[in-house]
Ligand binder design. Structure first.
Ligand SMILES: NC(=O)c1ccc[n+]([C@@H]2O[C@H](COP(=O)([O-])OP(=O)(O)OC[C@H]3O[C@@H](n4cnc5c(N)ncnc54)[C@H](OP(=O)(O)O)[C@@H]3O)[C@@H](O)[C@H]2O)c1
Length: 366
């Protein structure tokens, strides 16, 4: 892709910066951010500098409302990529749940509205989505056509003894306080993460943009310089580079460069529309992934983190064990059948590439 204008909402994050880097030299990238920017060309992260050949502009937005300054950019751009949303790496309390959902729905609706307002709308609107939309799958892989999407708790969580205990306690309390027909009791039967993914995609496809093609990228865990690799490297340093939970849960992943290449491929293929699973064709088990990571980083061994340790640790550091315990077994059926070729097919190739670009002190104590 060359000489295009690409808007990336939420482009200051891990995937957004990877995309800005991938597209930013040959195209003009406009990043929408809630962070303060002092001028049109000011780069709050100072990562992608004009002196290094990057053409990246930052605009402030609130992630909720259409404002004239970025509407002008939508007016004459080629592609809009929406990655905005509060990180799911948090405790799933009521406040965080509300923010995780609202940040995705509001940003998606604001972009849809802006595209409808534009006299010369973009050709393509890509919205982030997640492979987490599929159920906890230990039995078979999930593709776009035959994948099972269920937001029922029984098809997803709970996984662990502690989690089941917590879940039963919450149900007993809701029964006593509000009764079994109450909304708060019914909510307990729903899986939060899957529900978010469903509502996010539904909002996206409900936005009516007749002149703009829409693609939702159901991304698997994205591997690159940042994101999920940061906690993995910290685990390795702490000697905890073994499997997590029982290690049998499936781990679908994609290299950040392939995710960028998929965006480019969608632009180049006018027939590309709808939902695409973005996961490398060779998922591994959690045990295999951690073994491959240890090999790539030169760690001879790593202690496992059992479910109860993850439950306790997640509570302490303000996250959820589900992020590592859910079995995400997703295949990119539509992309493969449409002729897309992944550059990183095996986890060891992807991890070796990432480790090569990472200073040793990030994953070794000495
Ligand atoms: N990383 C993965 O493995 C992965 C896998 C599947 C799906 N996804 C999805 O892909 C998207 C991008 O992922 P990422 O890893 O790049 O996430 P990220 O690093 O957390 O970046 C998300 C960006 O969204 C913006 N944001 C945060 N809270 C917001 C809010 N309340 N309202 C509006 N914008 C907000 C932030 O930009 P500003 O602070 O500059 O506004 C942030 O830079 C996310 O929606 C994520 O759920 C990621």
């Amino acid at each position: 892709m060359k000489n295009k204008k690409i808007i990336i909402a939420g482009g200051t994050g891990f995937i957004g910066q990877a995309m800005a880097q991938y597209f930013g030299k040959d195209n003009h990238v406009v990043i929408l951010t809630r962070q303060s920017v002092n001028g049109h060309n000011n780069n709050p992260n100072r990562l992608l500098k004009a002196s290094d050949g990057y053409n990246v502009t930052y605009w402030r937005w609130d992630g909720k409302h259409v404002e004239q300054h970025w509407l002008n950019d939508i007016e004459d751009c080629d592609v809009v990529i929406n990655l905005a949303g509060k990180s799911v790496n948090c405790r799933y309390n009521e406040r965080n749940k509300q923010e995780v959902l609202a940040s995705r729905v509001d940003a998606t609706q604001a972009i849809g509205q802006a595209i409808r307002h534009a006299k010369n709308p973009p050709q393509l609107w890509i919205n982030a989505a997640s492979a987490t939309i599929y159920r906890h799958a230990m039995d078979r892989p999930q593709e776009e056509e035959n994948g099972e999407i269920s937001d029922l708790k029984q098809d997803n969580m709970p996984y662990s003894f502690l989690d089941r205990l917590r879940y039963r306690w919450k149900k007993a309390r809701a029964t006593l306080l509000h009764g079994k027909n109450s909304a708060s009791y019914q909510m307990l039967n729903k899986d939060f993460s899957v529900g978010i993914c469903q509502q996010w995609e539904q909002t996206f496809f409900e936005e009516h943009t007749p002149a703009t093609r829409k693609v939702a990228l159901r991304a698997a865990i994205t591997l690159g310089a940042g994101g999920v690799m940061v906690p993995y490297f910290n685990l390795l340093k702490a000697g905890l580079g073994g499997y997590q939970g029982n290690g049998r849960q499936m781990y679908s992943w994609i290299h950040e460069e392939d995710l960028c290449r998929i965006v480019e491929w969608c632009y180049d293929h006018p027939e590309a529309e709808g939902v695409y699973n973005c996961a490398a064709p060779n998922p591994v088990t959690n045990t295999d992934f951690m073994r491959t990571l240890r090999r790539a980083t030169g760690h001879k061994f790593g202690l496992p983190a059992f479910t109860w340790m993850l439950e306790l640790g997640a509570g302490l550091i303000g996250t959820e064990s589900e992020l590592v315990l859910k079995s995400r077994w997703v295949l990119p059926g539509r992309l493969l059948r449409s002729g897309f070729r992944f550059k990183y097919l095996q986890a060891d190739e992807a991890l070796q590439d990432i480790v090569r670009k990472t200073p040793r002190k990030k994953y070794h104590l000495f």
